[in-house]
Ligand binder design. Structure first.
Ligand code: GDP
Ligand code: MG
Length: 553
């Protein structure tokens, strides 16, 4: 395939603006998949993606397209939109020369539209603005064109107006990809230089590395070296993603595809690594700056005998999602486990759900916390969240972009939901790291009949300790089953109790008359529940109770 007939591009957008739907139409138009009614977010392969209707993992597909007698190879990378997954986006962009920036014709520019535009702009990629959903009754493509011109300085006549759902004008998107995005700048005569920009794990074949070839050629049977580990491997298989793996004899510079070479684990398949031929060593490519976790939580097997299984599940999943950091940890109450770092709360939930669905694991997650540096010694929504305003830009008459400095722990848990409900769904939100600041923080314990619950220890701001402590106690009271004695649920800072709830005694169900089958059902449910119980002092706490308290702090 001549390099000048190759285009590598990505689709970026705010959540729900229609990336995956546009990808479906592009796959259909190029005959990559058959046109049927059932093509809905074809590239969202994971169960968690289908259930939540969001993309969490970037996917690659190679499309063949004929235009004016020439055949083109278009490598499309579909990316997630949610703020927690912007790391996936920035990695995908390193394999591209251009992006389709999809904007909803009704909602207009949103927070991740801006964030994704700047990721593409900084990577010096061509940006093709695509205004989607023009079929909607409330669509106002002219207003969105003006926003794009004002905020991104892209002339409004460069915008392509489409309906990805109905397929309207989608062909002109392919035309623009060919005309406006340059072919990759590569050298096929030079020795091989391949960037590993993503990888997945297959139970039977080991690591499947997604690679972008900057120089040279790679074939089955070649001896290659990982610049990162300096280990040598023999290439077992190369191919393109169509969007499923399709083996080919070779991959050439300019192409995006996959490579299998007997790599077995995370350490061997570093994302950002450069692969080269054993005979012809080269300078490695720049790679990626590593993802910076923002939210930390402990993860433990429900049953310690599951430790090794969970360990291997976590290893495989982190191979698939390299932005998660993993450190061994242990807890008095929960035994051996790990401390995991995530990019945000949705990321944490998705990781947990994938462990359960794809690896059948059953885990306990502790309260998420954000990193603090401790020095040992003795208006809105916005004000309550201890924020400082930095600037304000009007996007048009009825939309404004605000920048604030926030303490991270104020935004990781429920800020996004509060913002959405306060603004009746109109506001959107994105964030980046602004460094550490000093603050008055205290460590808060939660006690059950005087015994500390390890899982619920948190660091909170002094002024908020009382209200947070009270909320946790109340929630714990609601989610704990009653037991044969009274339970005191307390929040404490050091030896000072700052909140208390009391869970009354459990009355044996046989004391009430009534239907025997109903009683038997209750007893059976209790027995099942027991399997997942953990004892703190004399108090039995089901796993469910932890999760209920942790999720909605
Ligand atoms: P993504 O999060 O950017 O990948 O967005 P999706 O492709 O999953 O689309 C989000 C929702 O918008 C889905 O319910 C789609 O059916 C819908 N959608 C996408 N494109 C269009 C369009 O052109 N018109 C209309 N009316 N709905 C669309
Ligand atoms: Mg999607």
């Amino acid at each position: 395939f001549p390099v000048e007939n190759i285009r590598n591009f990505s689709i970026v957008a705010h959540v729900d603006h229609g990336k995956s739907t546009l990808a479906d139409r592009l796959l259909e138009l190029t005959g990559t998949i058959d046109k049927t009614e059932n093509n809905k977010q074809v590239l969202d392969k994971l169960q968690v993606e289908r259930e939540r209707g969001i993309t969490v993992k970037a996917q690659t597909a190679s499309l063949f397209y004929n235009c004016e007698g020439k055949q083109y190879l278009l490598n499309l990378i579909d990316t997630p939109g949610h703020v927690d997954f912007s790391y996936e986006v920035s990695r995908s962009l390193s394999a591209c020369q251009g992006v389709l920036l999809v904007v909803d014709a009704n909602e207009g520019i949103q927070a991740q539209t801006v964030a994704n535009f700047f990721l593409a702009f900084e990577a010096q990629l061509s940006v093709i603005p695509v205004i989607n959903k023009i079929d909607l009754k409330n669509a106002d493509p002219e207003r969105v064109e003006n926003q794009i011109e004002k905020v991104f300085d892209i002339p409004s006549d460069e915008c392509i107006k489409i309906s990805a759902k109905l397929g309207t004008n989608v062909e002109s998107v392919l035309q623009a990809v060919i005309e406006r995005i340059p072919p990759p700048k590569v050298h096929r005569k030079n020795p091989l230089r391949a960037l590993v920009f993503d990888s997945t794990f297959d139970q039977y074949r080991g690591v499947i590395a997604n690679v972008a070839l900057f120089d040279g050629v790679v074939s089955k049977g070649d001896k290659i070296v990982s610049a990162h580990t300096q280990k040598t491997y023999e290439v077992n298989e190369v191919g393109v993603l169509n969007p499923n793996e399709q083996p080919t004899h070779k991959l050439y510079a300019g192409q995006v595809g996959y490579l299998i070479a007997g790599m077995k684990n995370v350490i061997e398949a570093q994302i950002g690594d450069t692969l080269y031929l054993h005979k012809q060593p080269v300078e490695p490519l720049p790679g990626f700056k590593s993802a910076k976790p923002m939210v930390f939580a402990g993860m433990y097997p429900v049953d310690q005998s599951e430790y090794n299984n969970l360990k291997s599940a976590i290893e495989k999943l982190t191979l698939n999602d390299s932005s998660v950091t993993v450190h061994r940890d242990s807890s008095l109450a929960l035994g051996a486990g790990w401390r995991l770092g995530f990019l945000g709360l949705l990321h944490m939930e998705v990781f947990n759900q994938r462990l359960e669905q794809e690896y059948n694991a059953s885990v306990i997650l502790t309260t998420p916390t954000v990193p603090y540096k401790a020095v040992l010694s003795s208006s809105k929504l916005i004000k309550a969240r201890r924020a400082v305003q930095k600037n304000m830009i009007f996007i048009d008459q009825n939309r404004v972009m605000l920048k604030y400095l926030f303490p991270l722990n104020e935004i990781v848990v429920d800020f996004y939901d509060s913002l959405k409900s306060l603004s009746s769904g109109y506001a959107s939100f994105d964030y980046e790291d602004a460094g550490y600041q000093t603050a008055e923080l205290v460590k808060m314990d939660i006690l059950l009949n005087g015994n500390t619950v390890e899982e619920l220890v948190t660091v909170v701001h002094k002024d908020k300790a009382h209200s947070i402590g009270k909320a946790i106690c109340e929630r714990l009271k609601d989610s704990l089953p009653r037991q044969l004695f009274e339970i005191a649920i307390q929040a404490a800072i050091g030896s000072k109790i700052i909140a208390r709830e009391t869970l009354p005694i459990f009355k044996n169900i046989f004391q009430y008359g009534g239907d025997i089958t109903r009683k038997m059902k209750l007893l059976k449910r209790q027995a099942e529940g027991k399997k997942k119980l953990r004892k703190i002092g004399n108090v039995e706490v089901p796993k469910d109770a932890f999760i209920k308290v942790l999720k909605t702090r």
